[in-house]
Design a protein around this ligand. Structure first.
Ligand code: HEC
Length: 144
């Protein structure tokens, strides 16, 4: 028979290990997409064929999927189209591609993929940094 004190200690240790495990799983920063990592998220998104958490949080998944068209084009197709481009024209202005795409997402528009329009998703520019990360992700997707 084991010493009850030892059993108690063991149970406590198991409980602590369980807690530590949970903390590792819930990464709140990650949930909010604030420490979005293009390379890492690309791998898990491709493996699971799932939009990254940040895209889901911002609602992009309502109109986009990674590998097939919904309301908007498949992100893989977007990435492919712009992978060698150096210039993007939006609203009669020229931008480096990544910045131009951020402008388009922020202020909306149609015509590059069809008649459906993307609404203005960040007119105030508050999500600029997050959109830059998502555009980086989309462009990298085109290189896979
Ligand atoms: C309500 C639907 C809708 C939502 C939500 C949406 N999009 Fe789009 N998106 C579209 C449509 C439609 C197009 C095609 C526009 C066109 O033809 O120029 C598009 C095009 C794009 C393009 C390509 C732009 C171009 O000019 O080639 C990118 C990049 C993009 N979306 C990223 C995003 C991101 C990132 C989000 C989330 C923050 C998002 N979209 C949310 C509908 C949507």
């Amino acid at each position: 028979m084991m010493n009850p004190k030892l059993i108690k200690t063991l149970m406590l240790l198991i409980a602590l290990a369980g807690l530590a495990g949970c903390e590792e799983k819930i990464d709140y920063k990650k949930e909010e997409g604030l420490n979005f990592d293009v390379g890492q998220d690309l791998q898990s998104a491709l493996q699971q064929k799932r939009m990254p958490q940040l895209a889901i949080k911002l609602g992009c998944n309502n109109c986009h999927a990674l590998d097939h068209k919904l309301v908007g084009p498949a992100w893989q197709d977007v990435g492919k189209r712009y992978q060698d481009a150096t210039d993007y024209e939006y609203d009669d202005k020229h931008y480096p591609v990544a910045e131009g795409l951020v402008q388009k997402i922020s202020h909306g528009g149609s015509g590059n993929w069809g008649v459906e329009a993307m609404p203005a998703l960040d007119p105030s520019g508050a999500e600029h940094e997050k959109l830059e990360k998502l555009v980086g992700f989309i462009l990298k997707l085109g290189k896979q």
